[in-house]
Design a protein around this ligand. Structure first.
Ligand code: PRT
Ligand code: ZN
Length: 284
């Protein structure tokens, strides 16, 4: 049995549960009101916690693994192993100052009071750059601190940047880029390590699949060579003759981020009836 800590309710909860679901793991009644839920078809139980408590619970073995923002892992400085970056809840931790401040370089942070909920990460950054600033630790609504005269700058999570704009602030230094990560107790017992490997294998298959699309198209036979070069596929594309003389159906896999480029090239080379469909799981 492996115990996984996930956020009880917040920005990470739904995506964390989804990841389990996509890995084919069904939780008993899925009620998040309980502290602990057992999976029905995998030796796993889920422990619902506040995100701030997840690194510690994994470090001291209350949970074996957990899903939490890298920002929280770095801030808490607990001995946990980062096993995977999960690609969701992306954000950055940045220093922002009032927008009217003329900001040319980080030495201007000297002497300022910086409000934050992430004092440890900020302290390290300031030390690393020999900046003497006062860290003012507050637990929430950091972005309003300069407006009410509580600080001169802030160090906080930025995603779209709209919170900064609506508080008259501008981002001047990005300190870390964060996303949800899977963490684990450093020395997992053999049995738990095997379960973690199984889980990661499944989750990676889902994540890989999200990066690719399955593509089907019809092409005139004289263009097949060029089209095969545009569509490398996993090994090579599948080519099947159509009932219509001189035409073939081509099936392959393309990267989601190359999708539009490839479609344009295919069309330019006579491809017709192009269908692009999502892939559910991908095992290479
Ligand atoms: O209750 P609990 O302690 O479990 O949750 P929480 O309130 O501490 O955390 P939660 O659920 O808000 O966020 C969980 C994690 O999501 C964070 O630790 C980050 O890793 C990640 N994440 C991703 C974010 C954001 N994006 C985000 N935009 N966390 C917070 N924000 C907030 C930010 O604090 C700021 O106020 O959104 C605002 C900025 O957003 P923009 O889009 O206006 O720039
Ligand atoms: Zn929190």
């Amino acid at each position: 049995m492996i115990t996984m800590a996930i956020q009880k309710s917040g920005r990470l909860s739904e995506k964390s549960l989804n990841l389990l679901k996509e890995a084919g793991i069904h939780l008993d009644n899925g009620s998040q009101k309980r502290l602990l839920t057992r999976a029905r078809n995998f030796p796993l139980q889920v422990l619902y916690l506040r995100d701030d408590d997840i690194p510690e619970s994994v470090a001291d073995g209350v949970a074996d693994i957990g899903i939490v923002g890298l920002n929280v892992v770095e801030e808490k400085e607990k001995p946990v192993k980062i096993v995977d970056r999960l690609g969701f809840a992306r954000c950055r931790l940045s220093i922002a100052v009032p927008k009217q401040m003329d900001y040319a370089n980080r030495q201007q942070l000297n002497g300022l009071r910086i409000a934050t909920s992430y004092p440890n990460i900020l302290r390290k950054f300031l030390q690393q750059h020999n900046i003497e600033a006062t860290i003012h630790e507050i637990s929430g609504s950091v972005e309003v601190a300069p407006g009410i005269g509580m600080s001169d700058a802030i160090f906080d999570i930025v995603s779209t940047g709209s919170t900064l704009i609506s508080n008259g602030l501008k981002e001047v230094e990005t300190v870390i880029e964060s996303e949800a990560v899977m963490i684990a107790t450093p020395d997992l017992a053999e049995e738990k390590q095997q379960l973690l490997d199984k889980l990661r294998f499944r989750m990676q298959a889902v994540r890989k699949a999200e990066q690719f699309r399955y593509i089907l198209l019809n092409a005139p036979n004289e263009k097949l060579e060029t089209i095969t070069r545009i569509l490398p596929g996993m090994k090579s594309p599948t080519i099947m003759p159509l009932a219509t003389e001189g035409w073939s159906s081509v099936h392959s896999v393309i990267r989601e981020d190359e999708f539009w480029d490839i479609i344009e090239q295919l069309k330019a080379n006579g491809a017709q009836g192009i269908l692009v469909v999502p892939i559910e799981k991908m095992i290479l």
